[in-house]
Unconditional design. Structure first.
Length: 272
């Protein structure tokens, strides 16, 4: 089977060094095996998704010396998300939730890697709910329907999926046609991605994605959760923390190929 990897940034801000490392990791893995490296723009985040950021992404990747095949943006795939949402509803695995963030945070908290776990306040409600609501996955029901699910990470080996730690995650947001969990799972399957490469901070989310693959009868890729680029304080780089953008280096005339070589050699602070 041909190795297919992907880099799938959201155009809600410019790329930083962490994105560059992730793109290079995916690109090099595909090239090492004579495969294909895909670029997919995840642009369904409403008005925060801006074309100029996506244009910068392409310039940055070219500057780093990467070659890719671009696949359709997420905004062209909304019918697909609707189709798989309906399948989950037909399996009785989704329920509506109109809880606000404030209501969830007012309950006794249980923190996980992905934030405050949803306590299941709306579980068991009928689907006919008026007003704005999200759709959540009944994780216990889904696990019962799927049976034992195993996934493999290049570094950690074979792992038994157990997404219960994260509670009943959102599958369809109040304001968007799909959450990250649904969209990335469906998109990777449709794009034929065989090897999912991403930062170690998303390791926990893979338990959820493996469960969705099982109940939606989607192919199961191999995962590679790589180390993160850390800043001077030992914290991961992030758009939300205004980490220095990659395009500033490019526009200042820095050598992109030289920067890529340094990233490959681990000449920046790397952490798990």
């Amino acid at each position: 089977m041909k190795t297919v990897t992907r880099f799938a940034p959201s155009p809600n801000g410019n790329l930083h060094l962490g994105h560059a490392f992730s793109a290079i990791y995916a690109h090099d893995l595909a090239r090492e095996h004579g495969g294909e490296f895909l670029l997919r723009i995840e642009d369904i985040d409403g008005p925060r998704s801006r074309r100029e950021f996506a244009d910068n992404f392409r310039r940055d990747l070219e500057w780093l010396g990467l070659e890719w095949l671009e696949v359709p943006n997420q905004s062209t795939r909304l019918d697909s998300y609707t189709q798989y949402t309906q399948k989950l509803m037909d399996l009785d695995l989704l329920y509506p939730c109109d809880c606000t963030r404030r209501e969830i945070q007012s309950l006794p908290p249980r923190m996980t890697e992905t934030g405050i776990e949803y306590p299941g306040s709306s579980r068991g409600r009928a689907h006919k709910v008026k007003g704005d609501f999200a759709l959540r996955l009944d994780v216990d029901k889904a696990m019962a329907a799927a049976g034992e699910c195993v996934w493999t990470d290049e570094q950690a080996g074979s792992i038994l999926a157990d997404p219960r730690e994260f509670g009943d995650v959102v599958i369809v947001r109040k304001d968007l046609p799909a959450s990250y969990h649904l969209a990335v799972t469906v998109d990777d399957a449709h794009d034929g991605v065989t090897d999912v490469t991403r930062g170690a901070d998303l390791f926990g989310a893979t338990h959820i994605h493996r469960l969705l693959q099982a109940v939606l009868e989607l192919p199961v890729p191999h995962w590679h959760h790589h180390a993160l680029i850390l800043d001077g304080k030992g914290e991961k780089l992030s758009k939300s923390r205004n980490s220095p953008p990659l395009n500033d280096r490019r526009e200042a005339g820095e050598d992109g190929l030289g920067l890529a070589a340094k990233l490959r050699a681990g000449q920046f602070s790397l952490g798990t």
